[in-house]
Design a protein around this ligand. Structure first.
Ligand code: SF4
Ligand code: SF4
Length: 468
């Protein structure tokens, strides 16, 4: 059973920082502007990330985008690999592999994704928040402005901020759409009359409003209330995961700094700078919490204070609970090895499938209920139906061939087999074998699909003939 002290120590877990416990209303956070080494690193990675995010849609390989997520037409391109409607399982496998990768990564490195790569945090903290600081000033000025009456200055500042938020939200909505319809599709929507792309135009407007609402109002609650990833930390992290941690062994007991007095307490001077900068309003000194988005602002804030008071930096740092408590830095545990083994197995399977994947997928089946036709010259014919999928995003002109034994194909009702990207053709075909090629009641046929003289796919089917 917990002792009273333990219960009191853990009481912060009963409160959700974003909600006022007494009124039940939302706590609106005004995080102090972060400065320091880690913030500078985040600025650099943000610039690189935004350049990649906005640049990728323009990047093409063999005329195809590197990434496309066309949900409406069920076409996806991931790292240049086209996945059409018939390959959903492959898309599913890629997603599973990606999630296992996130799990392995989180187990070892904590929530690095949230602070450094997640578009929500990157846009919120490194774009929208910066616009806010530039227009409304640092946290105290923002809070004063919100409390102030609606003067001309307040109206001007708020209008300017929301206008810029709206423009940036519109840009993000366009960016998102370029991943859905490709950059060419987006250019069409921009250049051609709106009436021709009304649905997509409404989509852009809707997403602009959603992004504006998210970054102007929802903010930290997108991470702490909406996103499920934070809630998974309890099962993904363990005592060896490297997370943003407060070194309580060094920091406790906390005590305010008193000039001239000899310091007997821990290194934490209880200045609350780490809390003031936190965009999710938590106190990292309470330990790893679901709300922490790993933004590193508290590391910088504390390092700046340590610098000022002449104590060593790193009271808050990336570290594991095990290292802080016991001085054991152990990154690779049985759990991470097991997760990594699953990940390597998934990568291997995925790699094998992608390397051996054919450009077409054909099913060729004898017409149900039909047997065979004996021709006057002794040859025998079977009637088949076929479905031929083009699994690429380019036009191909496939040719179906009987590779062995020798025989003839006669298509019924299919004028040509020109196939647009990610499309399918179906039809019927008679296959005729001379008597000399028959091997009893069942003969195995080796079939091939060719285009431009190259075999794209090979498969087998059976051929029925009368008993000798
Ligand atoms: S606790 Fe630190 S790292 Fe976590 S969200 Fe707050 S400021 Fe960012
Ligand atoms: S910034 Fe550092 S010294 Fe100040 S309260 Fe936080 S942990 Fe303690």
């Amino acid at each position: 059973m917990n002792t009273l002290v333990e219960i009191e120590e853990d009481s912060f877990r009963d409160n959700f920082a974003a909600v006022d416990n007494e009124t039940g209303k939302r706590n609106w956070f005004y995080p102090q502007k972060p400065t320091g080494k880690w913030h500078n690193r985040r600025v650099v990675t943000t610039i690189i990330q935004l350049a990649i995010m906005f640049g990728l849609p323009f990047f093409k390989v063999n005329g195809q985008p590197l990434f496309l997520f066309n949900v409406l037409e069920r076409k996806f391109i991931i790292f240049g690999i086209f996945i059409g409607p018939q390959d959903y399982w492959l898309f599913g496998l890629m997603m599973i592999t990606f999630f296992v990768f996130i799990v392995v990564f989180t187990t070892v490195f904590g929530r690095v994704w949230c602070g450094w790569a997640c578009p929500q945090t990157v846009f919120m903290e490194m774009v929208f928040r910066k616009i806010e600081y530039a227009i409304e000033g640092d946290w105290r000025a923002q809070r004063a402005l919100d409390k102030a009456d609606w003067t001309g200055e307040k109206v001007a500042k708020k209008s300017l901020k929301w206008l810029i938020f709206l423009v940036v939200s519109f840009m993000i909505a366009n960016l998102l759409l370029s991943y859905f319809v490709g950059i060419d599709g987006l250019q069409k929507i921009i250049v051609e009359p709106i009436s021709e792309h009304l649905a997509l135009f409404i989509g852009i407007c809707a997403f602009t409003i959603i992004f504006f609402f998210n970054f102007a109002w929802l903010r930290d609650q997108a991470c702490t209330v909406v996103c499920p990833y934070g809630r998974l930390q309890g099962i993904l992290l363990d005592k060896n995961s490297s997370v943003i941690s407060y070194d309580y062994k060094r920091g406790e007991p906390r005590e305010k700094l008193r000039k001239g007095a000899e310091r007997t307490a821990g290194d934490c001077i209880n200045c609350f700078q780490c809390v003031n900068v936190c965009p999710t309003g938590i106190d990292i000194r309470n330990g790893t919490q679901m709300e922490c988005v790993s933004c590193t602002a508290c590391i910088d804030a504390c390092d700046n204070i340590m610098d000022k008071v002449g104590l060593p930096k790193g009271l808050i740092r990336y570290d594991s609970e095990n290292n802080i408590a016991n001085g054991v830095a152990k990154r690779i545990t049985t759990r991470t090895v097991a997760y990594a083994a699953v990940l390597i197995a998934l990568w291997s399977v995925l790699g094998f499938i992608l390397i051996t994947r054919d450009d077409t997928e054909t099913t060729l089946l004898r017409v149900p209920g039909s047997r065979y036709v004996e021709n006057a010259d002794g040859s025998v014919s079977n009637l088949y139906t076929f479905k031929l999928f083009n699994k690429t995003n380019s036009v191909i002109e496939p040719e179906m061939r009987l590779e062995s034994p020798k025989g003839a194909l006669k298509f019924a009702g299919v004028p040509n087999l020109t196939l647009a990207g990610a499309s399918m053709v179906e039809g019927s075909v008679f296959i005729t074998l001379p008597k000399s090629e028959l091997k009893g009641r069942r003969t195995e046929l080796q079939m091939g699909i060719y285009a431009n003289g190259q075999r794209l796919e090979s498969f087998k089917t059976t051929f029925l003939a009368p008993e000798e």
